[in-house]
Write a protein that binds this ligand. Sequence first.
Ligand SMILES: *Cc1c(COP(=O)(O)O)cnc(C)c1O
Length: 340
Amino acid sequence: MIIDLRSDTVTKPTPAMLAAMFAAEVGDDVFGEDPTVNQLEEKCAALLGMDAAVYCPSGTMTNQIGIKVLTQPCDEVICYKGAHIYKYEGGGLMGNSHVSVKLLPGDRGRISVEEVSNNVNNDDQHYPRTAVVALENTVVREAGSYYSLKEIEKISAFARSKNLYMHLDGARLFNALAATGDKALEYGKHFDTISICLSKGLGAPVGSVLVCKNEFAKKARRIRKVFGGAWRQAGFLAAAGVYALDHHVTRLTEDHARAASLGICLQQQPYVKSVMPVDTNIVIFELIPSVTPAQFLVQIAKHNIKALAFSNTEIRMVTHLDFDDAMLEAAVNIFTKLRF
Ligand SMILES: *Cc1c(COP(=O)(O)O)cnc(C)c1O
């Protein structure tokens, strides 16, 4: 048995999800004729209270399309300094959209309306034109910290007052909803584009969805085509997404509870310097200076556990659909016995 805690992307389809995939009705989606893709897109738009949705191969692509739809070259995007769109998408904001970024420190990745308002550029030819405020919920670099809808409302009201667009990297939006109890349906009105991942906590093998206003949907499809992401009989994959939204949302609280248990265990270990607060399904901790991430990973690999080096001093573990209570118990046992 391998316990893979590197990411919540590592899950394999359950037998029931596979059955739904095999049973999918499909057609050519470039012609708009894949009924299962259409069903998934309609479902996502309805769920978030938005007009339209565009199914894409990855969360990186949905984010990149979202930003490109909302900007012109030389515009500026405001975001947290460790935002996935900036830090973990290979420089795509610059490469794909030719935009500049204004990076804010945030409170564990959550930027405030005050920070945003202090960083909107004046309308002056010297400055890039501030065009978009991009939020991430949950924040992957900050161990899955989350915004409540109340905080988002303040930022979106300010953004509207300044004619700025709002993008949400909601790769783990459903984890944030599970933690806050906020309603998915309330989210759409605060954003112009929302990216959600079906292949993270929701457990689909592939796929992300850009949920957006009608006015952006056509442009988003055009950009997806240019990125090489327009697909054909993708209904087999979309069926996994539909299944995930129907069956794998309410269980996310189990992942959060298991992550909390891992955090408590690790906090007590002599080789751990500190654990970031564990708010959802991500555990990030710093090792003591005498233990490197590589040494830690080698040791746990001997016990068939995988985790991720997240920096020169940090390790990341993410709980998911394929990490159950028996695996939690085994992992806790091993982490308690490890010595360096
Ligand atoms: C994983 C992730 C993405 C990108 O998703 P991929 O499908 O891996 O491209 C975007 N944003 C956040 C916050 C993520 O964690």
